[in-house]
Design a protein around this ligand. Structure first.
Ligand SMILES: *Cc1c(COP(=O)(O)O)cnc(C)c1O
Length: 392
């Protein structure tokens, strides 16, 4: 039995493709095409070249000596914060735009919450001369001004969405509506391991470059490919999926996932989907969802905009359900403390999202010989104001 996707697009009881009738053809076309393209020599060469020369890969695997000393083990940081545009999301955006081109699509649409996925998509569309439309809740447009300006400078059209709460969920609905209207010439880029099959598997495969590099780099540093622990934060799950991809079926490697506890799992102001979610359908997939008694999706909360999602990728729901991964909720204050710790010990300011992965360290018991690989999914430049305001 594998923890990767099965032939029907499921991870155990999670996943599938629950989409409106009018989108069946689009999703089916993608299901039939994606593996063939991703595995072709032509795609692999162009993807590898762009990851190397444009993104700056491989990202370093850095032995954090002072952090290691603090926790009594050997901690390596996988530095996705050093990628072009400052996070892992560009790995996926490049792969999907290359796929879209090979499928004859000229128009790219995306939804974004905090704007990180929107910026990554707009960046790659500029590079490859593709039309780019990004749907973003009006509330988020106002909250994330700099990212909106970046997307516009890159030539993308940012469409503020005024339905519902005017946040990510509403932007997603609008993007799906657009896709329904333009199925022939449009590719919809989802930014995480969520959405209908094949998106979770496709995004995981594109992010799997992370674990592919970890294997090689760890072999050089430690003389072995496998760490004892892998640690990553989870919003929808893409940086975690990339971190664990080549290790997930090896039970010797312990997997720790950090989800956003917000103000506390019991406060109602949280994004801890594994702790609180019940089985439902969100964004076209069956997975855990934070919902009320009537099945209405509840508005999540986290200090970190990238973890502020009321669902979780089906792969990760299954890992939690099967107890293959240990899922910890890390609260806002724990993440902030962890971010300051990394900054002061190693001179690396992590993204607020990545700070949740670091927040797992004090909750674990390590042996001195343990080798831990923790993915720093992004850099903290975008979060400086939040860090300073929280430390007063
Ligand atoms: C978007 C984002 C995340 C959360 O998304 P995943 O798909 O769960 O990885 C984490 N870290 C950073 C820096 C992000 O921008």
């Amino acid at each position: 039995m594998s923890y990767l996707v099965d032939n029907n697009g499921y991870y155990g009881e999670f996943g599938g493709a629950f989409v409106p009738e009018i989108l069946h053809r689009c999703v089916e076309e993608l299901q039939k095409t994606y593996l063939q393209v991703l595995q072709s020599d032509d795609f692999r060469q162009e993807y590898a070249r762009l990851l190397r020369d444009y993104v700056g890969r491989p990202s370093p695997l850095y032995l954090a000596r002072r952090l290691s000393e603090r926790y009594g083990c050997k901690i390596y940081l996988k530095r996705e914060d050093l990628n072009h545009t400052g996070a892992h999301k560009i790995n996926n955006a490049i792969g999907q735009v290359l796929l879209a081109r090979r499928m004859g699509k000229r128009r790219i649409i995306a939804e974004t919450g905090a704007g990180q996925h929107g910026v990554a998509t707009a960046t790659v569309c500029a590079l490859m001369n593709m039309e780019c439309i990004v749907y973003m809740g009006k509330t988020d447009v106002e909250r994330q001004h700099i990212n909106v300006e970046k997307m516009r400078m890159l030539g993308a059209k940012v469409v503020p969405v005024t339905s519902g709460n005017m946040t990510l969920k509403d932007a997603t609905n609008e993007a799906i509506r657009d896709w329904c209207c333009h199925p022939a010439d449009t590719h919809y880029i989802i930014g995480s391991t969520v959405g209908p099959h094949p998106y979770p598997d496709m995004v995981a495969r594109l992010q799997a470059v992370i674990s592919e590099e970890i294997r090689k780099q760890l072999l050089e540093h430690e003389g072995r490919e496998c760490p004892d622990y892998l640690i990553a934060c989870v919003g929808g799950g893409s940086n975690a999926a990339g971190t664990i991809y080549h290790y997930v079926d090896n039970p010797d490697v312990q997997i720790i996932l950090a989800e956003a506890g917000g103000k506390g799992v019991e406060t109602g102001q949280t994004a801890a989907t594994i702790a609180l979610g019940r089985l439902g359908i969100i964004h076209g997939a069956r997975t855990y969802v934070i919902q009320d008694e009537d099945g209405q999706i509840e508005e999540p909360y986290s200090i970190s905009a990238g973890l502020d999602y009321p669902g979780i990728g089906p792969m990760h729901a299954n890992l939690a359900r099967q107890k293959r991964a240990l899922v910890l909720s890390i609260n806002d204050d724990e993440a902030i403390r962890a971010a300051y710790e990394l900054t002061r010990l190693e001179g690396i300011i992590p993204a607020l999202e990545s700070a949740h992965a670091l927040g797992a360290l004090p909750k674990l018991k390590f042996r001195p010989e343990d080798v831990v690989v923790l993915t720093v999914s992004g850099r903290g430049d975008k979060d400086i104001e939040t860090y300073l305001s929280m430390n007063q």
